[in-house]
Design a protein around this ligand. Structure first.
Ligand code: BTN
Length: 249
């Protein structure tokens, strides 16, 4: 029975970005669980200022306002929590086995099926809110050339089309249950769940783009704040708080 996230749902046929609308609502005091959904986004955004391809009817584009009592530095764990809920929704609803590329790319057979963009605001080291934006490729058969072979959809993987609201309801249930457990048991529980669902947590050779440079190493777990631990050739372990895995084997 959903409780924590059973707040109001704002639906739009078109928005520039559901995250932007949710941030506006959060700044105006909207409660935890407030959800913004759009049938299409004209300026859907991804991590690192990338664009999120958001054509009408083909994907799920929605954002949820969360207001947990945690320090801002702990907020990235919420993104990991959503990734766990997405993997479980794909499995339980569509028999799709998905992987999580750190921190939040949902991959199916190596191709991206969903992504999460969390944006937060804090005052004096107190978290005001986190907007978690979730984009899921549902019914695309083809993707634009810039995405090309790197993306997939529920339709392509499961072989049948998927109704956005049905997927959202399923995800909502998983998310609500994960969020309640997180509030009871803390970040360590989320990290454990994430590690259980990701092939990237341990023993993957990865190349990490930090924005101002790259380095390579072997993944060796996650810190409790969600940072990826990477062991470099000199034996040192680096914690990656914000970065992008650009190559992996
Ligand atoms: C990524 O993988 O880079 C994150 C993509 C997140 C896309 C979603 S779609 C709904 C929400 N609104 C946005 O503008 N972005 C997120």
């Amino acid at each position: 029975m959903p409780t924590l996230l059973a707040a109001s749902v704002h639906r739009f046929s078109s928005l520039p970005s559901t995250n932007q609308k949710a941030i506006e609502l959060a700044r105006a005091g909207a409660p935890e669980g407030t959800t913004v959904i759009a049938e299409e986004q004209t300026a859907g955004r991804g991590r690192f200022d990338r664009r999120w391809y958001s054509p009408p009817g083909e994907g799920l584009y929605h954002s949820i306002i969360l207001r947990p009592s945690i320090p801002p530095a702990a907020a990235p764990v919420l993104t990991l929590l959503v990734a766990v809920a997405l993997v479980d929704s794909l499995k339980s609803g569509y028999e799709i086995s998905a992987d999580i590329k750190w921190p939040n790319d949902i991959l199916v057979m190596g191709k991206k099926c969903a992504g999460i963009l969390s944006e937060m605001e804090a005052t004096n080291e107190e978290l005001d809110f986190v907007v978690v934006g979730i984009g899921v490729n549902l019914n695309q058969r083809v993707f634009p050339p810039e995405v090309g072979d790197l993306a997939t959809s529920v339709l392509l993987e499961a072989g049948s089309s998927c109704e956005p609201e049905e997927f959202r309801q399923r995800l909502f249930g998983q998310l609500d249950s994960c969020y309640q457990t997180f509030k009871r048991e803390g970040a360590a529980w989320v990290i454990e769940q994430w590690i259980n669902r990701s092939s990237f947590a341990y023993d993957r050779a990865v190349s990490v783009d930090l924005g101002q440079g790259r380095f390579s190493g072997i993944s060796c777990g996650l810190r409790e704040d969600g940072a990826l631990l990477v062991k470099t050739g000199d034996g040192r372990i680096t914690s990656v708080v914000a970065g992008d895995l650009v190559q992996w084997t």
